[in-house]
Design a protein around this ligand. Structure first.
Ligand code: SF4
Length: 120
């Protein structure tokens, strides 16, 4: 009887764990924590004006496509366009979004510039 109860509890525990895991996976995927969301986008969004590190406002703001490559003294590890308050995530497309400081041109979430301000 005790063995039967123990088996049922173990089986029940297993299924409870499985159901809990299945419930968490979609949330984690949606938040991007299980995806390679942190990987820099390989392609720019089609048909969008892109900020450039070598021209116009991008050049003036010392914008870089990969934040870790910034030589600017203001750059702090972990800062990037994706967590900047000027990055308009509501209009994000293919790992890019328009930036207020770049005249609403699209920047990569991996980028950084000297106007960076942490998102509240
Ligand atoms: S202001 Fe923010 S979002 Fe815009 S380019 Fe600079 S770091 Fe990126």
């Amino acid at each position: 009887m005790d063995d039967e109860l123990s088996k049922n509890l173990t089986r029940r525990s297993f299924f409870q764990m499985a159901v809990a895991t299945l419930a968490i996976v979609p949330l984690a995927l949606k938040s991007g924590s299980l995806l390679a969301a942190d990987a820099c986008p390989a392609k720019a969004p089609a048909g969008k004006a892109l900020g450039s590190p070598t021209e116009g406002m991008g050049k003036g703001l010392e914008y870089v496509l990969d934040a870790k490559t910034s030589k600017n003294a203001k750059y702090k590890a972990g800062a990037n366009c994706g967590n900047c308050k000027f990055y308009n995530t509501a209009k994000a497309d293919s790992g890019h979004a328009p930036c207020t400081m770049m005249g609403m041109k699209y920047v990569t979430h991996c980028g950084w510039c000297k106007s960076y301000a942490v998102k509240a």
